[in-house]
Design a protein around this ligand. Structure first.
Ligand code: SF4
Length: 414
């Protein structure tokens, strides 16, 4: 029982940035009950495991970490173990049966109820007046929506996170203000299809503009968007706001309309290319994710992916071999031979390898606005790393001309 004493919390987060933000949010509720962070498991009184289930591997790692905590808990039986997030949602009570020493199970759909969950457990005190701001970070991660209304045939997210739930604008702005008060200069808005945000009359573009007006916010980023929500209205609403970073990570997954349809992505190759053109015309630098070897992908489909990469010239492309996720429709489909997957991945990786360097080279002579992450290094609005000659305070914005590029680093004149 942790009531009354100093509660040291060790956090283990698996998965995406949304999980990192969720861990922060959960910790804020623990901090409001007097908890402090520790990075030493041995010293901890509470372990919070925030889990991911997008890939089998991530889920296995989280569950095996939980299994190893059996001895940790035996050492001091008053210790508390919280298992939260997507794997907690998917595996549910079965987990508590298998690991009876697990104290609190909190699924991804119940993050908003975490405070109540803590209270109901009776293991923590009642919250104080205000939730403490998170530790100062240059980038503040702010979740604006949870869940997903799509049903991509290879993805487990809709079944563990449920349909979209947008957070109220006022709550989001309050969270942003809390992050800037703690030292954040850049805000990263998070959601599974972040640009589908709509709350009453407030669209995603409206929200971006409102967030950029919060005192202390120098730059706003977002991830992960879905192509279909990049409408002309969106671009019109944000194109004149320099605080909205000119970088979009836009997963394409395949260059073949036929495969995209089987993946149930909700767009064709042509639509994706139209969106890219519109985004590029507003100065957005584009990175992407690509899956090779989806079960129905033919050689001709794969060639379409290669030509799409040539056309778009992504800034970065993260490439993955298709791997089935149990519980998804695509997991029922017959797999391509492993050697085909490996061969295609090799070809694609060879194609994308030089893309970043070429993008960096293309910036020589340009003027960049750099948000300094150290005294001599920061990131531009387009997400290029820039090294400065002079030193600047961390968190300051520096406008400077680019003199040269080496690999994936730009060198500034000043
Ligand atoms: S858009 Fe598709 S891939 Fe992305 S979370 Fe939703 S279902 Fe999964």
């Amino acid at each position: 029982m942790l009531l009354g004493g100093m509660n040291k919390v060790f956090i283990q987060t698996y998965g995406c940035q949304m999980n990192v933000a969720d861990s922060e949010e959960m910790f804020a509720h623990l901090a409001a009950r007097g908890a402090v962070l520790t990075d030493k498991l041995d010293e901890a009184d509470t372990v919070l495991i925030n889990t991911c289930t997008v890939r089998d591997h991530a889920e296995h790692r989280a569950v095996s970490f939980l299994g190893r905590l059996s001895a940790w808990k035996k050492e001091k039986p008053g210790r508390v173990i919280i298992f939260a997030g997507c794997a907690a949602q998917r595996l549910g009570k079965a987990l508590q049966k298998k690991y009876p020493f697990l104290d609190i199970l909190s699924g991804a759909k119940d993050i908003e109820l975490f405070s109540e969950t803590l209270d109901k457990s009776g293991l923590f005190g009642m919250p104080g007046e205000s939730i403490q701001p998170s530790t100062p970070n240059l980038t503040g991660y702010v979740t604006i929506m949870r869940g997903c209304n799509f049903a991509c045939s290879y993805c487990i997210v809709p079944s563990v996170r449920g349909p979209i739930k947008c957070l109220p604008v006022e709550d989001i702005l309050r969270d942003v203000a809390r992050k800037t008060a703690a030292g954040a200069k850049e805000i990263m808005l998070l959601g599974q299809t972040v640009n589908a945000y709509q709350e009453g009359t407030v669209s995603f573009a409206d929200l971006l503009n409102r967030v950029s007006e919060v005192p202390g916010v120098e730059r706003v980023r977002f991830t992960s968007p879905h192509p279909i929500f990049f409408t002309p209205e969106f671009l019109n609403a944000v194109k004149d706001n320099p605080k909205i970073a000119r970088h979009v990570h836009l997963p394409v997954q395949s260059g073949s309309s036929k495969v995209l349809q089987e993946m149930k992505r909700g767009y064709t190759r042509e639509v994706f290319l139209e969106k890219i053109q519109a985004l590029k015309s507003c100065g957005f630098n584009i990175s992407t994710d690509i899956i090779v070897g989806f079960p129905t992908e033919t050689e001709a489909d794969f060639q379409q992916t290669l030509t799409l990469v040539d056309k778009v010239q992504f800034f970065i492309a993260y490439c993955y071999k298709y791997s089935p996720r149990q519980g998804t429709p695509a997991a029922q489909m017959e797999l391509l031979a492993e050697n085909i997957l490996e061969e295609r991945l090799d070809i694609l990786l060879n194609k994308v390898r030089g893309l970043s360097e070429a993008a960096y080279q293309s910036q020589i002579g340009s003027v960049q606005e750099v948000l300094m992450e150290t005294e001599t290094k920061g990131r531009s609005s387009e997400n290029f790393w820039v090294k400065t000659k002079n030193t600047y305070p961390t968190g300051s914005l520096v406008r400077t001309k680019i003199e040269r590029a080496e690999g994936t680093l730009l060198f500034a004149r000043d």
